[in-house]
Design a protein around this ligand. Structure first.
Ligand SMILES: [Zn+2]
Length: 197
């Protein structure tokens, strides 16, 4: 295997990148100015050092707490619960939501051996107990899949004794779909029309 084959093999391990796309990307890099490959390599090498998890919400950030959690202009009484850190980015890009986030780091999936203890649920409860900040609403912005629904139900039961309103995003989200593939307008509508559960 030469360097080009090794790069293609590595790239094809990325999600959504098959062997063909991996080849296209690798040849594109090789055809481009060498400085591009240099910058790409530098950013990749630096990524894990530069980016960490926010100690409050669990999102990826360079500063802890992250820019959302440390923004006094945000509504800290509304917490939007998402599965993954990238869901937070998708919702941020829609500019529809001005509260704060909580990243679970996964969904309950008994068949895969993922239980509530594997998710960042204890931290969410801590935030609800916090004396510095009263939380009025928890929005469950989880994908409408079996795992998403199971997790939402679990959280609904767990949070029902807290003096907090629990809501879910309105329908319009594709069933079995993914926040990632939802268009901005649908996401905005889902937020505005969120329903109490
Ligand atoms: Zn944060």
């Amino acid at each position: 295997m030469n360097a080009l084959d090794r790069l293609i093999a590595l790239l094809s391990k990325l999600p959504g990148i098959g062997k063909k796309s991996a080849g296209r990307i690798a040849y594109h890099i090789l055809d481009s100015d060498p400085s591009f490959a240099g910058t790409l390599a530098k950013e990749l090498a630096n990524l894990h050092q530069a980016i960490r998890r926010c100690g409050i919400c669990g999102g990826f950030t360079e500063t802890d707490p992250c820019s959302v959690c440390s923004d006094p202009g945000r509504d800290h009484s509304i917490i939007c619960v998402v599965e993954r850190a990238q869901d937070m980015r998708i919702i941020e890009e829609s500019r529809e939501f001005l509260g704060v986030f909580h990243v679970l780091g996964g969904l309950i999936a008994p068949l895969e051996g993922i239980g509530p203890g594997d998710l960042s649920i204890g931290k969410l409860i801590e935030r609800l107990h916090s004396k510095d900040q009263t939380v009025k609403e928890v929005i469950l912005a989880l994908n409408p899949t079996v795992e998403g629904d199971t997790t939402a139900l679990y959280l609904q039961k767990l949070l029902k004794d807290f003096p907090v309103e629990i809501t879910r995003l309105a329908s319009g989200m594709p069933v079995g779909g993914d926040l990632e593939y939802i268009d901005r307008l649908t996401l905005s509508r889902s937020f505005r029309g969120r329903v109490k559960v």
